[in-house]
Ligand binder design. Structure first.
Ligand SMILES: Nc1ncnc2c1ncn2[C@@H]1O[C@H](COP(=O)(O)OP(=O)(O)OP(=O)(O)O)[C@@H](O)[C@H]1O
Ligand SMILES: [Mg+2]
Length: 254
C-alpha cells in the first residue's frame, strides 16, 4: 500500500517543489514505484519534469473539481517507476470551487483510495498556503515532510503550520504523522545556516533528517530544462543530496 507524503510549508520558496520532484525521481530510480502529485496552481513540479513525459494527461483540477476518475488523469513518464498527476493554472480557482463541494476536504483522499495500491510512494507538492488544496493534501496523506530554508525568518510561520497539522490530526486525519523536517539551501560557510540548523535541531531533535540539501546551482538550473537534477547533472551535490535523502526516507519508513 503506497505511503503518501505531503511536502508542506506555507512559506514560499523554501524548496517544496525542488524536494518533491527530486525525492520522487530519486525513489523511482531506486526502483520504487512512485507517483508525484502537483497540487500547486503554479504547476512548478509539472514543468520541472516536463522533459520526462510526451503528452500531459488530465490534471489534478479534473480530479478535485471535475470528478474525473483519477486513473484517467495519470501522466506516465519515460521512467517506468515514475508517474505524475499534473497541475494547470485552472487550479487557481479550485480553492474557491472546493468550498461548495460536499466533503471538500476529502476529495484527494477519496480519489487516491482507488490507486494507492499501485504505488509504493505518493509524493504531493503543496502550494505555499494553508488553504483547501493543502488541507486536501494533509487529509489524504499518511505523513508530511517539512522543508525549512536555512535563511533569516526560517522558523517564522512554523508554529502556524504545526498548529494546522495538529488540527488536521484532531479533526480530519487522526493518523497523520511527520516523516521529517528537512534543511534546504544549506550553506556550511555561513554562520546563519549553522544557527538556523542548531535551532531547528534543538526543537525537532530526531525528526530532523540527517541529510541536508546544500545550496547548489544545479538544483536551480535543472527545472528550466524540464529535468530533475539527476538527469541534468547526476554528479552534482544536489543530485547526491536527494539520493541520500531518498535512502533516509526509505529507512525511516521501514
Ligand atoms: N538547494 C537549493 N540550492 C539552490 N537553489 C535552490 C535549492 N532549492 C531550491 N532552489 C531554488 O529556489 C527557488 C525556490 O525553490 P522551490 O520552487 O523548490 O520552492 P517552493 O517552496 O516550492 O516555492 P513555492 O512556495 O513558490 O512553491 C527555486 O528557484 C529553486 O530552483
Ligand atoms: Mg513550489
Amino acid at each position: 500500500m503506497g505511503q503518501i507524503i505531503a511536502i508542506v510549508n506555507q512559506k514560499g520558496g523554501v524548496g517544496k517543489t525542488t524536494s518533491s520532484v527530486n525525492i520522487a525521481v530519486s525513489l523511482a530510480v531506486t526502483e520504487v514505484k512512485t507517483l508525484l502529485i502537483d497540487m500547486d496552481p503554479q504547476a512548478n513540479a509539472t514543468v520541472g519534469v516536463k522533459d520526462l513525459f510526451e503528452k500531459e494527461n488530465k490534471s489534478i483540477y479534473d480530479i478535485l473539481i471535475g470528478q474525473q476518475p483519477i486513473k484517467e488523469c495519470i501522466t506516465t513518464t519515460k521512467f517506468e517507476n515514475l508517474d505524475l498527476i499534473a497541475s494547470t493554472h485552472d487550479l487557481v480557482g479550485a480553492e474557491i470551487e472546493l468550498v461548495s463541494l460536499m466533503a471538500r476536504e476529502y476529495q484527494l483522499k477519496n480519489a487516491l483510495e482507488t490507486i494507492r495500491h499501485q504505488y509504493e510512494y505518493i509524493i504531493i507538492d503543496c502550494p505555499p498556503s494553508l488553504g483547501l488544496l493543502t488541507i486536501n493534501a494533509l487529509t489524504g496523506a499518511d505523513s508530511v515532510i517539512i522543508p525549512i530554508q536555512c535563511e533569516y525568518y526560517a522558523l517564522e510561520g512554523l508554529g502556524q503550520l504545526l498548529n494546522t497539522i495538529r488540527l488536521i490530526q484532531r479533526h480530519l486525519n487522526t493518523t497523520l504523522s511527520i516523516t521529517g523536517v528537512l534543511l534546504t539551501m544549506y550553506d556550511s560557510r555561513l554562520n546563519l545556516t549553522k544557527e538556523v540548523a542548531e535551532e531547528v535541531r534543538s526543537y525537532f531533535e530526531d525528526t530532523l533528517f540527517k541529510t541536508v540539501i546544500h545550496r547548489n546551482v544545479r538544483l536551480g538550473e535543472a527545472p528550466s530544462f524540464g529535468k530533475p537534477v539527476l538527469l541534468y547533472d547526476a554528479n552534482s551535490t544536489g543530485a547526491k543530496n536527494y539520493m541520500e535523502l531518498a535512502e533516509e526516507i526509505l529507512e525511516r519508513e521501514r
